[in-house]
Design a protein around this ligand. Structure first.
Ligand code: ABN
Length: 170
């Protein structure tokens, strides 16, 4: 046996002496969980990717006509220092929301869009849109979108509304 083989054998025996089967399983478990971040394998991750609408390059996301705003009611966060789906700095998204189904003209598919209010700052006052598809008058309480969804936040102050695609209507 050459010296390289002896060295490899020595290292293997040392490793075997110092590690148990439990250590090996723990290492394997960590490696599997770690690899999931690099290569999504869970169904939820694949679903989210499938729900991502096609490229919308060229759309005016500050216009009420933008397709994701079909059932919105409020100031567009895209005009208030945030984006279509991100609250402006210093405001916090509401955990509850109004939900609508909007048609994406780019791929002909319908998407489920959640309209979360961004809370904790005074009303933005820019780009007010009331597309309100599917809303009902206030006396039909649970079908009315004219609601301050910041009601569940620590700070109830309404600032603006974001439009988050949460699924594809298939
Ligand atoms: N969801 C927008 C909104 C906020 C406050 C009051 C009415 C509507």
């Amino acid at each position: 046996m050459n010296s390289f083989d002896s060295f490899a054998e020595y290292c293997s025996r040392l490793l075997a002496r110092r590690t148990s089967r439990r250590d090996a399983l723990r290492f394997l478990g960590k490696a599997l969980v770690g690899s999931a971040f690099l290569m999504p394998v869970l169904p939820i991750a694949r679903n989210a990717a499938a729900a991502s609408p096609k490229d919308e390059h060229g759309d005016d996301t500050t216009s009420c006509d933008y397709w994701r705003y079909c059932a919105t009611d409020g100031f567009l966060c895209d005009c208030c220092g945030g984006s279509v789906s991100q609250c402006p700095p210093g405001s916090t998204p509401s955990p509850i929301s109004w939900v609508g189904t909007c048609h994406n003209p780019h791929d002909g598919a319908d998407y489920i869009v959640a309209y979360h209010d961004c809370c904790g700052k005074t009303a933005c006052g820019r780009c007010y849109c009331a597309s309100e598809k599917g809303t009902r008058p206030g006396y039909e309480l649970f079908s009315d979108d004219d609601v301050n969804w910041c009601m569940a936040n620590k700070n109830l102050q309404y600032h603006c509304t974001i439009s988050v695609v949460v699924g594809k209507n298939s």
